[in-house]
Design a protein around this ligand. Sequence first.
Ligand code: ADP
Ligand code: MG
Length: 222
Amino acid sequence: MLQVQGVFKSYATPQGPLAVLQGVDLHLEHGSSLALMGESGSGKSTLLHLMAGLDQVDRGTISIAGQRLDQMNEARLANWRRTDIGLVFQQFNLISSLKIDDNLAFQARLAGRFDPLWQAQLIERLGLGDLLKRYPEQLSGGQQQRVAVGRALASKPGLLLADEPTGNLDEATSDEVLQLLLDLLRDSATSLLMVTHSTRVAERLAHKVVLQNGRVADAGER
Ligand code: ADP
Ligand code: MG
C-alpha cells in the first residue's frame, strides 16, 4: 500500500540547510496500521506531508497503491489527494462556516465520491446524529475530532494519514476516538499511518517505527 524508500528532505533556513530526513525507509501493507513515533522535531510531520503529496522529497521515492507521487503532475496529485487519501490533524481543521453535515460531506463531494449510505453509516457509528445542524465551535474537542475522522473517511480512501489526531484530547476521549477510527478502518479496508507521541496509542496499531536522526531507528512488530 505504502512504500517509502531512501527519502531525504532538507529545509532552507537562515543558518543554512536543515537536513530533517536522511534516508527514511518504511512500508505499510494494505489494510494494516503503523504508528510513526519520534521526538518532537524528528521529522514526523515532514514525512507525513511528503506522503500526502503536500511537499516534495529531495531524493528517494514514495509510492502509494503502486503510484509514485513524484511521477504525478500537480493536477493529478490534487485529484489523487482528494480521492485516495484521508488526512486528520491534531487541530481538527473543520470549516467554521459550515454545519457538521456539510463539513462531513465536503471533501467527498469535491471528489465526486459522496455516498449517502456510507455517510449515514459514518454519522451513526461516530455518534454524530444529534450534532449535524450545529457549527464546529458548538462541539467539544472529542466531537470535533470525530467529525474530522468522518470527513477523512467519507471518500473511502485507501490510506488514512493522521498527525497526532488525539493529541489535543484527554485520555478517555482519545481512547474512544481511536477505537472508533480503528473499527471504521476495518470496515472500509483503509490502511492507517498515524503519528503519535503516545506509546499507549501506538500499542493499539499493528506496527510501530521510530524516527531518529533522520532515519527509521527501530521497527516493531506485534
Ligand atoms: P515533528 O513533526 O517530528 O515534530 P517536523 O517534521 O515538524 O517534526 O519538523 C522537523 C524539523 O524541521 C524541525 O526542526 C522543524 O523546526 C523543521 N521544519 C519543519 N518545517 C519547516 C519549514 N517549513 N522550514 C524550515 N524548517 C522546518
Ligand atoms: Mg509534528
